[in-house]
Design a protein around this ligand. Sequence first.
Ligand SMILES: C[S@@+](CC[C@H](N)C(=O)[O-])C[C@H]1O[C@@H](n2cnc3c(N)ncnc32)[C@H](O)[C@@H]1O
Length: 283
Amino acid sequence: MGTTSPARPRSGSEFSASSADVPPTTPNYSLLQRGRSLYHDIWFRLSERLRWSRRPHHETPVGRLSGLAPWQTSRIETLRAQYDADFESRYGHHTALANYAYLDVLDQAWNAAARPIPEGGRVTDVGCANFWYAHTLYRFFRPATLTGVDVEGFRLYPTGYSRYDAAAGYIADLPQTAFLVADYSQIEEQADVITAWFPFVTPAPVLAWRLPLTLFSPERLFLRIARNLARGGTFFMVNQGTEEADVAADYCRRAGLHERGRWIQPQPLRQRPHPPVASWWTS
Ligand SMILES: C[S@@+](CC[C@H](N)C(=O)[O-])C[C@H]1O[C@@H](n2cnc3c(N)ncnc32)[C@H](O)[C@@H]1O
């Protein structure tokens, strides 16, 4: 494990940022899409200007997960034992189960691919939301450093806390871990492992997440991932279903990444509309 200095969120200014060298494309969005995008843009800019933050927010732990099928309980028991995970004593039901589900994807995918887990390196997660799964990544990769990056840092929740506050709570007891509010396509930082869980590769989910389409530039994002991946490093991506995975794979290849394997989860621990599709890439 790395140092025991307390983790804290940090801002994009602590990293060297460069203007991305791929010009953003201007696709033909419909009038409705443009209208929604404009509306989300106003709120996004407002939240970035206000940068609302109270203090680290911690969920009320559920204590014990209930209402699960026997196979889910048994799988969670296995993950708990193998990774010393205790998500129900940290989080509410939803976040605890979601963490086990992500840990399950990691565990099963790496086992299926029979590849060694790249432990002890610099791990960056791209588009981490409020980094609710930081503990899962930490337990799986045992990283020297762990950084979650998201372009939207200050969305305000109905609780009165912001995404920034939530992230501060999720990483509070993880050494050498940070939450960075920045557009990843402008970040220059090498990493041995880069992960991306459900990155935007089509415009519809961007609007569904209440974000402006001005933030949607997968070409630049994947190019930056390829650039920031250290020699011999691994980019691990998870997409929703094979159709989305194919679109994402196309962006990866165009960015100069090479596919090293793909795995489709047969039975996700938490039900999803499409099965998670994991893939491994090198530069
Ligand atoms: C579909 S969500 C997935 C969130 C998270 N990975 C998860 O599994 O819950 C995509 C996330 O990517 C973030 N994002 C989109 N473009 C980004 C960029 N250029 N740099 C950093 N984050 C970005 C969005 O703000 C959003 O939180």
